[in-house]
Design a protein around this ligand. Sequence first.
Ligand SMILES: Cc1cc2nc3c(=O)[nH]c(=O)nc-3n(C[C@H](O)[C@H](O)[C@H](O)COP(=O)(O)O)c2cc1C
Length: 219
Amino acid sequence: MSPNHPSGASLAPPPPGFGEPLPIQPSPETVALLARRRSASASVLGPPGPSGQEIELLLRLASRVPDHGKLAPWRFILLAGEHKDAWVARLGAIAQTRPDAEKASAALGKAGPSPLCVVIVSRAAPHPKIPEWEQFLSAGAVNMNLLLAAHALGYGANWITDWYSEDAGARALLGVAAGEQITGHIYIGAPAATPLERPRPDLEQLVTVWRAGDQPRPR
Ligand SMILES: Cc1cc2nc3c(=O)[nH]c(=O)nc-3n(C[C@H](O)[C@H](O)[C@H](O)COP(=O)(O)O)c2cc1C
């Protein structure tokens, strides 16, 4: 564990008990994090990665998402150390069998360097009340929470799907079942380069204020 990264236990309060009051409070540090948050390219993420305790904390924080029906329609697969290296090597072999072998192999340049990859798998399934697309959204929220939690612990992180989310051989390699979907590989580590701001959406183009009496028209 690096001195800049204290253990998970000392970084976060313990999980609240069921029914415990959880007051809403301003959090200027969270606002600052959100205002300047930026993904780091997975290709520049190296050691040190999160400690075991930090990984436990990251998963606990990532799991605290809105979840219609309390289905937890997602699960995690952890790839670290020599096992992550073996996964990337096996993906390399699968890449060679694809029609886009060169491009697929090149894409693995982002999979290799980081010490940790957390794969977030959607387990969305038909449900009498909760549509599957809402269950996918909950998995998306898990990805985003994990990205934010990694940044909050001082790590760079990058959300990548790429060909190995969809490839049958790559899915089988991780034991992803037929009805499941890989929603993201979150690569986590120490960034060797500081990310630079990227263009951001122009909210003028994206925001409408609805007023009673207006004739709504598609934009
Ligand atoms: C669902 C999803 C899948 C993505 N997959 C890829 C990918 O396969 N390859 C890639 O280079 N970027 C991918 N990205 C984009 C990266 O995460 C990108 O670095 C990020 O959006 C940068 O923006 P940020 O700094 O605001 O986080 C994906 C993003 C999302 C939301």
